[in-house]
Design a protein around this ligand. Structure first.
Ligand SMILES: [Zn+2]
Ligand SMILES: [Zn+2]
Length: 285
């Protein structure tokens, strides 16, 4: 008996190869990733495209090729099927509702051409080197402050340096913390999110400063993110509402503090975070 496709009934033949009980078309339709649209970030100033965690300048690789590389990354199928060739009509920097003509290779035995509808959305951004030119150096500053120094702080800073090296313009170690100057405010926000996930007790404040008008008429202002990591330890001295206390005990939910007369008070972390942050962020660095 001839093999046939359990989905559409096609029989195996010269042009139909049955894999996992399916003909090539059904196999692709069953296994294809659900891609509604593919978003590509590009720099509105120089045309660089963001691909695999870095910006590729238009001079390094043609925008169409870089876009194709990004689209290919979205087309991850099963192990039995890979994209052998792809052609897409795309205009770099213009949204397209198109079809990608894809030649699939099934188990290295059979090639099959399939048209996959693909929506390509371009999202305008500014690459770090253009930001640097526009902002006179840096567009955002993260001020990280901790209560207690520890390995986890050192590890965190090292990670940030490794991952976002190309966006970091300068890093300064200051008393109880670091000031990190960055070329991209999106990255600054991402780092703030990282701290929030790493330490439950962080207080993060965002503000804008250093506003100025650029030569091309647009406005520029710097994003300031103040991050307080409230990693208290027993014996720490804290000032709440202007009164000094000592941390006596600490757990997931809060701290027990002792006032000057030795009376104990229990404070929830959330409340502590609020009270501890009465101090203003300073824009002077
Ligand atoms: Zn079929
Ligand atoms: Zn650029």
């Amino acid at each position: 008996m001839k093999k046939f496709c359990v989905r559409c009934g096609s029989e195996e033949g010269d042009t139909i190869y049955i894999v996992d009980g399916l003909c090539p078309r059904c196999f692709i339709e069953v296994n294809k990733p659900s891609i509604e649209s593919i978003k590509i970030r590009y720099c509105g100033k120089c045309g660089a495209i963001y691909c695999s965690g870095k910006w590729v300048a238009a001079a390094e690789s043609s925008p169409a090729d870089t876009a194709k590389e990004i689209i290919l990354k979205y087309l991850k199928f099963s192990k039995k099927i890979r994209v052998a060739d792809i052609s897409i009509n795309l205009n770099p920097y213009e949204d397209t509702n198109g079809k990608a003509k894809i030649v699939f290779d099934i188990e290295n035995k059979f090639k099959f051409q399939y048209e996959l509808p693909i929506q390509i959305r371009w999202s305008r951004a500014t690459c770090p080197s253009c930001l640097r030119k526009a902002g006179g150096g840096y567009s955002s500053i993260i001020q990280i402050r901790y209560v207690n120094w520890g390995d986890e702080i050192a590890r965190f800073v090292e990670e940030v340096l490794n991952v976002y090296r190309e966006y970091i313009i300068d890093i300064d170690e200051v008393k109880n913390g670091y000031n990190i100057k960055l070329a991209d405010p999106h990255i600054a926000k991402r780092i703030a999110d990282l701290t929030r996930r790493r330490w439950r007790n962080t207080k993060i404040l965002e503000s804008y400063g250093d506003s100025k008008k650029l030569r091309d008429g647009s406005r520029f202002s710097r994003l300031y993110i103040s991050i307080r990591i409230l990693n208290f330890k027993r014996g720490d001295y804290v000032v709440l509402n202007g009164k000094p206390y000592r941390v006596v005990d600490i757990d997931e939910k809060g701290v027990v503090i002792s006032d000057q007369d030795g009376a104990l008070h229990r404070i929830d972390m959330d409340e502590l975070v609020l009270k501890y942050m009465k101090s203003r962020i300073k824009h002077s660095i």
